[in-house]
Ligand binder design. Structure first.
Ligand SMILES: C[S@@+](CC[C@H](N)C(=O)[O-])C[C@H]1O[C@@H](n2cnc3c(N)ncnc32)[C@H](O)[C@@H]1O
Length: 214
């Protein structure tokens, strides 16, 4: 579902910094070859992630849900000297494409792709994160929030994608039956009630929850 009329969305993209050539290629190749290319963040959201990363200047970024690597490449744009994006995905079929584009982007050593189930990998990490991007299986969003919270430094960001769930978050109560929708609603309420954070639900694309740990 598109929230903005197509012409307004095009206008917004036309007045947003361009994707790099590598990101454009990755976007095109994902659309041509990979299942569910709508999962890729894309131009506008990618520039938002890159801009937030530029503002935070993170040493450590954790991304939960790499897919083909588009958002990992965007998040890496703001890394501080010696910084690293650790990105997790459970789908081994994506690994070679991710590694190919990390190399094309000149980011070997700055993007650390780890294959596995995020719920199992995160508890094994002994890191403090400046920025976390949650963009994997929706049923685990509340769990991922809890697993990463103590690993995020005060002032750090947690960003979660798809929190408007194609607009279904506001559909009539009696029709809210889909399990993923119920969990997204639970996640949004959990963040909203969490007095340890400041948050903004940004209605961009499928909705980005931007959370700053106090
Ligand atoms: C929406 S896509 C990520 C899109 C990517 N962040 C981007 O913007 O280009 C979600 C990804 O999460 C991965 N995923 C799903 N469940 C997972 C899990 N339990 N652990 C790690 N990754 C998972 C899927 O394989 C998929 O590639």
């Amino acid at each position: 579902m598109e929230f903005l009329p197509v012409d307004l969305a095009r206008y917004a993209e036309a007045h947003t910094s361009s994707e790099s050539e590598v990101l454009r290629q990755l976007n095109r190749e994902t659309n041509a070859k990979i299942l569910q290319p709508r999962m890729l963040s894309g131009h506008l959201q990618g520039r938002i992630l890159a801009l937030l990363s530029q503002l935070v200047r993170p040493k450590r970024v954790l991304e939960i849900g790499t897919y083909t690597g588009y958002s990992a490449l965007c998040l890496a744009e703001g890394l501080a000297e010696g910084g690293k994006v650790i990105t997790l995905d459970v789908n081994e079929e994506l690994e070679s494409m991710v590694r190919q584009y990390v190399e094309k982007a000149g980011l070997v050593g700055k993007i650390d792709f780890r294959l596995g189930n995020a719920a199992e990998l995160i508890p094994t990490m002994d890191e403090t994160f400046d920025l976390v991007f949650i963009d994997a299986d929706k049923k685990s969003y509340p769990l991922y929030y809890d697993l990463v919270f103590d690993k995020v430094r005060p002032g750090g960001l947690i960003i979660a994608d798809n929190v408007l769930w194609s607009g279904k978050v506001v559909q009539p109560e009696e029709t809210k039956k889909d399990r993923e929708l119920r969990i997204i609603l639970e996640f949004n309420a959990k963040v909203q009630q969490d007095n340890r954070v400041e948050n903004v639900l940004l209605p961009v694309r499928d909705g980005l929850m931007i959370v700053r740990k106090k």
